[in-house]
Design a protein around this ligand. Sequence first.
Ligand code: ZN
Length: 369
Amino acid sequence: MDFSPFFPETFEEARERAGTWFQQVKAVWPEAQWRSKPLYPEEGLTFDWIEAVPSAARRALVLSAGLHGVEGYAGTAMLDLFIREFLSRLDPKTTALYLVPVINPWGMKHRRRTNPENVDLNRNVLDEEAFHRDLNPDYMTLAPVLHPERPVGWGDRFLFYARILRYLQREGMTGLRNIFPQGQSVFPKGMYYTGKTRQPEIQALLELLTPLMDRYERVVYLDMHTGYGAKGRLTLVFPGPDPRSPEELRERTQYPRVTKVAASDFYPIHGDLNTYLAKRARELGHPGLYAMALEVGTLGDTTLPQLRSMRALILENQLYWYGAKSERVARWVRREFLALFYPDDDLWRRRTVAQTREAYEGIVTGLLR
Ligand SMILES: [Zn+2]
């Protein structure tokens, strides 16, 4: 039986949907609780989660979406699919369930990737001492080239390519690939900003996640993302410090499209959530953590779509800080940004559902039985 999951139009619709999940979880685990911590009271935004913790549980499944705010719309559909088709496949006596509908509600509501402090929350999971260092100072050389400090105009759609070509001639593609997305603490109005302190969303998430490794033999964590990879393809992305090889992970998850983030010390990704969890598991000598991102590609992963993706990120950021010369260009920028993280495209949505279903099938069979 194929079920069409719910792709929300608005933040409020997504929240309502999460309310129905709680009823469905309670039908399987009567002891389930809806929990909540305050985040931004002035906007009525809280960090919410559902937890169902049977006393004899030996393993935990954690599902979350919206670490990158705007990605929470597709993430809602992916979670909805799990609730409808896979909840009944778990053993409610031996499996605990933790479900975070949206980690970054401010970003989701305002259709940004970041939280209100412009922090990329998947670059914010750092140890206290890392916040006192300048991470990725090379980013400053990119900043004036890639995000000029003025309102977005129509010309910027093309000037972006001119600017990036000039940069590429000087620094090469590897420079751009390594410096741009690795996370930076030197330019608070830039992209992939780590922030200077641990953000409340991450604080709340880690308070939920870190005790699980003491409590359970196996912890399976699935975090939903969109934007990177081939169009409409779902990849399971494991962190570099995960002790298993990609081949072994493919076998354990019974899913063919698995990759590991390179564990390069030379160009580390700063503050990545799953890297942090995998390192902690290693310190604890805990072999049972499987923390992965479910990443669905949107525009594509060849050079031109990659540049278009980068342009969408950069112009949206410029629009946020400096506005636009006209409402028309502002609308265009927002449309491009949504095309990158939440395509309004039936074929893409159908493929996303089919691949997510395939990934859940493999993970439930391979890791949760
Ligand atoms: Zn993401």
